[in-house]
Design a protein around this ligand. Structure first.
Ligand SMILES: NC(=O)CC[C@H](N)C(=O)O
Length: 370
């Protein structure tokens, strides 16, 4: 089905810069968030449903979005989590054998406002030069002053707590209850592919709300704990940081990914900071100091762990670093059973170079239980 996309739309950045485009499906709409870009050439449905992107307007750098349709197995949570989408060409037509519906129908069901025909190369260069900032996308193109007022009300990502908005309200289980290891996962916005990777390695997971107490989780008698990925600034998550400290003090096996990694750093007194424009893509090069090898990794983060504080902390070993900008990509505690990475070993989307980290988690749990 081919739509006429004549309805004009715009993207207004917080510094007043405007990029013009058209509304996908000829819809009227307005959406807000911090603008960010993902350089992955595939994996759009996984990206749009990744809870870590909650509150963000996504700019995709592939010239075509939607051309391989939508597939229900390629979602990382039940609903679309980005707040808006900006792309170059939106494909109303799609072609693929394993397809459940068009991307347009998937996004419509999720009420996502999308604009296309934007010069995304110029936009991405602009964000790279000027940094991440809030933005609004809208078809209300003749009312820029009003849009500016609305945009001024959008909260700044720095200092913003968002994990509580995407975390499960009630605990739930994932995997086979007869599996060898029981893992208590703290849901800050957990991606399904993390759960799939754990279940595949003989783990039965109980996923707890972000504010579950250590005592409540411990009562289930888990072999290990997991701190998930998630949206927003890690720093305001004081309760979760305190829970991580309790898990560490008890020397229970603890694995953290992305936001979970940042929480583990904060639990060790290492600060985090807001990056200029973050890392979002599926080809980020990381050096594993332990093996001396490089890994190509999937990344999605706008905050990072302070490098100097991490390397000078006597309890901490920096295990991985980013080869583009030397930022901290992995940590382990020297005297506790705790390790974490800033990137996404579960991929979804992305390469599988780093799935060995799930095996390391199994090893750590097996050494404790013998
Ligand atoms: N994927 C994530 O867990 C992201 C962590 C955090 N919200 C950040 O932007 O850095």
């Amino acid at each position: 089905m081919k739509y006429q996309t004549n309805r004009k739309a715009l993207l207004l950045l917080a510094d007043g810069t405007i990029f013009y485009g058209k509304s996908v499906g000829n819809k009227e709409g307005t959406a807000f968030g911090e603008v960010c870009f993902n350089t992955g050439m595939t994996g759009y449905q996984e990206i749009f449903t990744d809870p870590s992107y909650f509150g963000q307007i996504m700019v995709t750098t592939n010239a075509h979005i939607g051309n391989y349709g939508g597939n229900n197995e390629e979602t990382e949570s039940e609903t679309v989590k980005i707040s808006g989408l900006v792309c170059r060409n939106f494909s109303y037509n799609y072609s693929r054998i394993r397809v459940d519906e068009s991307l347009q129908s998937f996004l419509d069901r999720n009420n996502l406002f999308v604009i296309s025909d934007v010069d995304t190369r110029a936009l991405v260069s602009y964000i790279r030069d000027n940094g991440a900032m809030n933005a609004i996308i809208s078809t209300d193109v003749d009312n820029v002053d009003e849009l500016k007022k609305q945009l001024a009300e959008v909260p700044n990502m720095h200092g913003l707590e968002l994990a509580s908005k995407v975390s499960t309200k009630e605990p739930y289980y994932f995997g086979d209850e007869n599996a060898k290891y029981k893992v208590a996962a703290i849901d800050l916005g957990i991606k399904k592919n993390i759960l799939r990777n754990m279940a595949k390695r003989d783990m039965y997971i109980k996923v707890f709300p972000y504010n579950a107490s250590y005592e409540e989780m411990k009562a289930w008698n888990p072999d290990g704990f997991f701190l998930s990925n998630g949206p927003g600034d890690p720093e305001p998550l004081k309760e979760v940081i305190a829970t991580a400290q309790k898990i560490i003090n008890d020397d229970m096996p603890l694995f953290g990914i992305c936001l979970g990694h940042q929480i583990i750093a904060l639990a060790n007194g290492i600060s985090t900071f807001k990056m200029h424009h973050g890392h979002r893509g599926i080809n980020h090069p990381v050096l594993n100091h332990g093996s001396g090898k490089g890994e190509i990794t999937s990344q999605n983060h706008g905050f990072a762990v302070n490098y100097d504080e991490a390397i000078n902390n006597p309890e901490i070993e920096v295990t991985h670093k980013h080869l583009n900008d030397q930022t901290v990509m992995g940590l382990k505690m020297k005297n506790k059973n705790c390790f974490s990475v800033q990137y996404h070993p579960e991929a979804g989307p992305g390469p599988n170079d780093a799935t060995y980290l799930f095996d390391e988690f199994v090893d750590r749990m097996s050494q404790v239980s013998v």
